[in-house]
Write a new protein. Structure first.
Length: 180
């Protein structure tokens, strides 16, 4: 009978491996000591570089005068329009039916560029924000201004490149930049 009890104890131990592990606690794993800052071979922790503010975060008038107008003039020069006169002014929209509307900021571009008639386009900023609603109109030879068209209304985030591209694309659609 003594053999049976020892064999039962051995069977229980074999059936439940790790049973004795549960009874005796394991010593905690040793962690490597932390290196002191400035120790030989260790670089000090790098400070996060702060992002420069985006151009579009500048005050509206500064952004348009110092960033957008020069970029637009450069874009037009690449398209062969070198004598463009770009101005930035707050005035009423010069379209019939809208003269009673409040003043808004406008980028006004005028040039002759060898054409028989002078050309003008207006980019309207209906709010003092490049992300706000915008409009576009044009006229030839001092004639009546076209209807007010919406401008870049489907864009979530408007930036400098997109504004310049949008104006160039609109003028090209009018066949003022490239002839067919």
């Amino acid at each position: 009978m003594a053999e049976e009890t020892t064999s039962n104890e051995n069977a229980n131990q074999a059936a439940a491996p790790g049973a004795e592990d549960q009874a005796t606690p394991k010593p905690a794993a040793k962690k490597p000591p932390k290196a002191e800052a400035g120790a030989e071979g260790d670089a000090p922790p790098k400070a996060k570089k702060e992002k420069a503010p985006a151009l579009e975060d500048k005050p509206f008038a500064d952004y348009v005068q110092h960033d957008f107008l020069p970029a637009l003039k450069e874009g037009l020069a690449k398209q062969g329009v070198a004598d463009v006169d770009l101005t930035f002014a707050k005035q009423k929209i010069a379209i019939s039916g809208l003269t009673d509307s409040p003043e808004c900021w406008q980028v006004i571009g005028r040039w002759n560029s060898g054409w028989k008639q002078p050309r003008q386009f207006n980019l309207y900023f209906l709010k003092d924000d490049i992300q706000g609603p915008k409009g576009f109109s044009y006229s030839e030879s001092g004639g009546k201004t076209s209807t007010l068209e919406s401008f870049l209304i489907d864009e979530r985030k408007v930036n400098l490149g997109l504004l310049v591209f949008g104006v160039l694309q609109r003028l090209n659609a009018q066949k003022w930049l490239v002839r067919n």
